[in-house]
Design a protein around this ligand. Structure first.
Ligand code: KIV
Length: 281
């Protein structure tokens, strides 16, 4: 494996870099190679996704919904995400690990934002942080980048502002494209190495991708971005009934686990488990 032959796609696990770094994101954009990302909240999935050659793992504050069972991401605290991020970062060999900065941990200003980012870098082994907001988060991004910490920005629909945005509303439609382009430019100028575009129309995402020199990563922003990111529990079918339209489901883990739980319960009830092969002499 060579660090000169970086990143992504199907060949990643064999031909990609030993360790994905920010320059590989930039090279991917230059060379038109799509970047792949999944969320991960634990060491078991982190190891599987890493071995499959997924380029980056986001320890998202979507853990609020998918690990802690909250309705929104708003109650998630830095102390909730630190152990999850440490588990993910400790499990990967190749993937780039991004720690999500939760609501309330950076809005107060650049010094607060830096304090949170430093905690994630020192206490978890993550390789970068992510925070939400375009123009409004420009100063925070700049301060963190100044300290040598890579920042992935996140614009379009930003779940931490769910109530301010009036619910799960697509961003960048109609005149909204002006604000989206301004947000994209602001995070690039502030020094972000990549930007997530969540729930924006494909055409708007195409315009942002053409305008920026940093890579764009789609979460429900269509095919014209430089990479794609999905929440793993949706992608693997663990959240039936609340899988967003833009997610293609690649497995039905909910069905598989349900079948397994029924089968095991029946085996125990019928004396089939444990058999002699599962018992000590
Ligand atoms: O927390 C998360 O999973 C995210 C993605 C949806 C971008 O922020």
């Amino acid at each position: 494996m060579s660090e000169q032959n970086p990143y992504g796609g199907a060949a990643a696990a064999t031909d990609g870099p030993k360790r994905v770094r920010t320059r590989h994101f930039q090279n991917a954009k230059r060379d038109g190679i799509k970047i792949t990302g999944l969320t991960s909240y634990d060491q078991l999935t982190a190891r599987i996704f890493d071995e499959a050659g997924i380029d980056f793992l986001l320890v998202g504050d979507s853990a609020g919904n998918n690990v802690f069972g909250y309705e929104t991401t708003l109650p998630v605290k830095v102390d909730d995400l630190i152990p999850l991020t440490r588990a993910v970062a400790g499990a990967v060999k190749r993937a780039f690990v991004v720690a999500d900065m939760p609501f309330g941990s950076y809005e107060n200003g650049p010094e607060d934002a830096l304090h949170t980012a430093v905690r994630f870098m020192k206490e978890t082994g993550a390789h970068a942080v992510k925070l939400e907001g375009g123009e409004r988060s420009r100063k925070q991004i700049h301060r963190i980048v100044q300290a040598g910490i890579p920042v992935m920005a996140h614009i379009g629909y930003t779940p931490q502002s769910e109530h301010g945005l009036g619910g799960h509303v697509i961003q960048g439609r109609g005149d909204g494209i002006t604000q989206l382009l301004a947000d994209a430019q602001a995070v690039q100028d502030a020094g972000a190495f990549a930007v997530v575009l969540e729930m924006v129309p494909s055409e708007a995402a195409r315009q942002v991708t053409e305008q920026l020199s940093i890579p764009t990563i789609s979460v429900g922003a269509g095919p014209h971005t430089d990479g794609q990111l999905l929440v793993w529990t949706d992608w693997a079918g663990l959240t039936p009934g609340r899988i967003p339209k833009f997610v293609k489901q690649y497995a039905n883990l909910s069905g598989i686990l349900n079948d397994a739980a029924h089968a095991w319960r029946d085996d125990v009830a019928n004396g089939v488990y444990p058999g002699p092969e599962h018992s000590y002499e």
